[in-house]
Design a protein around this ligand. Structure first.
Ligand code: DX5
Ligand code: ZN
Length: 218
C-alpha cells in the first residue's frame, strides 16, 4: 500500500493571510500544498500565478504541488519551477499532442511532473505518458472552482490508472482532486488514489488537525 498524502488546496484559503494559512495547515499535518493556478481561459476562473507561489514558499516545507489549469503551460512552467514548485501537473486538455514534450520540459527543470485529465476524458488519452510521470491527477469535478460535488464516475478511472501503474511496476502517485469529503474519501483510497486533495473540506473546518487526520485515516 502506498502512503496516503493529504493535499489541502489553498483555493479555499483566505488569501489576505495566505502565508499564515499555509503555515497553519502544514503544522496541522498537510503533506502537500495543492496550488490551483487558473488563467481565466482554460477555466472560467482566475486564481494566482508564480509570484504568489514564490511569496508563499517560505511558509512551508511541505511539497508544493502546482496544478496548472492554464492554456499553453509550456510558456510558463519555468516560472513555476523558479517559484519553488516541487511538482507541476499539466492537463491533457491543454497540451493535446504536446503533452509528453511538456512533461519532459518540466523534468528538465529538475521538478517532478504529472499529467491531469478532466472527469470526461478517458484514461486512454494519457496511458502512453503515464510511465514518464511522477504523479497522475484525476479530476473528480470539472476544474475551475472549489466546493463542487464529487463525480463518482471517476472511481473506475482511478482503478484503471492504479492497475496500469502496478503493471508497469513503477512508483507513481495517483492524486484525486475535487469534492473530496469524509463521506467519499474511503472510496477513492479503495480505488487506488494515494494523494488526496481537499479544499473546502479542510478550510471550512475549524479544527484543521482533526480533519486532516480524519481524511488520512478514514
Ligand atoms: C478545482 C481545483 C480543486 C479544488 C478542490 O478546479 O482543481 O483543487 O480547489 O476544492 P474542493 O476540495 O473544495 O472541491
Ligand atoms: Zn486542483
Amino acid at each position: 500500500m502506498k502512503t496516503i498524502k493529504i493535499a489541502p488546496s489553498i483555493l479555499s484559503a483566505d488569501f489576505s493571510k495566505i502565508g499564515e494559512e499555509v503555515r497553519d495547515i502544514t503544522l496541522n499535518g498537510a503533506d502537500v500544498i495543492h496550488l490551483d493556478v487558473m488563467d481565466g481561459n482554460f477555466v472560467k476562473n482566475i486564481s494566482f500565478g508564480p509570484k504568489f507561489i514564490k511569496d508563499v514558499r517560505p511558509y512551508s516545507k511541505a511539497v508544493f504541488d502546482a496544478h496548472l489549469m492554464i492554456l499553453n503551460p509550456q510558456n510558463y512552467v519555468d516560472r513555476f519551477a523558479d517559484a519553488g514548485a516541487d511538482i507541476i501537473t499539466v492537463h491533457h486538455e491543454a497540451c493535446g499532442d504536446n503533452l509528453l514534450n511538456v512533461l519532459k520540459q518540466i523534468k528538465s527543470l529538475n521538478v517532478k511532473c504529472g499529467a491531469v485529465i478532466n472527469p470526461d476524458t478517458p484514461v486512454e488519452k494519457i496511458k502512453s505518458v503515464i510511465e514518464y510521470c511522477d504523479m497522475i491527477l484525476l479530476m473528480s469535478v470539472f476544474p475551475g472552482f472549489g466546493g463542487q460535488k464529487f463525480i463518482p464516475e471517476v472511481l473506475p478511472k482511478i482503478e484503471e490508472v492504479a492497475n496500469h501503474i502496478n503493471k508497469l511496476g513503477l512508483d507513481i502517485d495517483v492524486e484525486i482532486d475535487g469534492g473530496i469529503t469524509k463521506d467519499n474519501v474511503k472510496s477513492v483510497k479503495d480505488a487506488g488514489a494515494n494523494v488526496i486533495v481537499a479544499g473546502s473540506t479542510v478550510f471550512n473546518e475549524k479544527d484543521r488537525r482533526k480533519i486532516i487526520e480524519e481524511l488520512r485515516t478514514i
